[in-house]
Design a protein around this ligand. Sequence first.
Ligand code: LCV
Length: 259
Amino acid sequence: MSLVRVDIDGLLATLTMTNQPKRNALSEAMINEVLAGLDEALAAKVRCVILRAEPGVKIWSSGHDIQELPKSHRDPLGWSDPLRVVIRAIEEFPAPIIALIEGGVWGGACEVALACDIIVATPDSTFAITPAKLGVPYNVTGLLTFMNAASLHTVKEMAFTARPIDAERALLVGLINHLRQADEITAFCVEMARGIEKLAPLAIAVMKEELRVLASAHSITPRMFERVQGMRRKVYDSTDYEEGVKAFKEKRPPVFLGE
Ligand code: LCV
């Protein structure tokens, strides 16, 4: 069964995540289909992509597939982790990607949505940064995605409380571009895409890459990076990390002991 439907209509590609039984958890298989969809869109020389779930869903995506997180003693968000790969693919795709959001967006899926270029959401959407719920030491470039999408205080509140924020608050803090009702959001996004299609694709592609380079331009010395990586290793080696993943699998609240 395919996990992502790809519809190419002229210069617009729509990628629809269709694994509601698992709440569109970002498994390696799901991510590989998103990557394949982006490759198809690139080959078709599309000028805009819409990334969405099926209309009317309660959960856009429940984030990283927790069943695929390493048990322990291995970075859960290393360079080649599928979530990291798809974030980079979205950021480097040479045309605008519109995230059409309905329902809950959790953890790594929140980063996927925010890595897109334009975010349009329905009023029932929510956005949650969840590493603290699982004991996961989120990675530096992942946190930078969030920092580029909202104020530091907003990111800290979302990361330190792990509580979802609603679409109205997300619009207020600049996390999303537009709020639209469920019965008009698709037409709104398609209309925006059709407008982008009429503009100069080379100019847009180079501005997208310039903005990506500028947004990622933060000086961090090798010593600082190694120090942070050492701190992260203590977390993913911790019993708290194991407890977070285990509690999810056992469908119970985690008990974190800080060790
Ligand atoms: C695997 C799942 C998932 C899932 N993985 O439906 O950002 S970080 O650092 O935290 C990063 C590592 C990350 O992204 O981690 C994942 C963060 N995501 C979450 O914390 C959300 C976890 N999921 C939920 O809280 C609930 O599933 C929501 C609220 C999304 C939906 O609740 P609902 O009652 O509608 P279920 O929980 O019953 O889920 C339906 C099926 O999907 C699986 C879940 O285990 C269940 O499978 P079974 O039917 O086999 O029991 N599922 C949901 N999310 N992230 N599997």
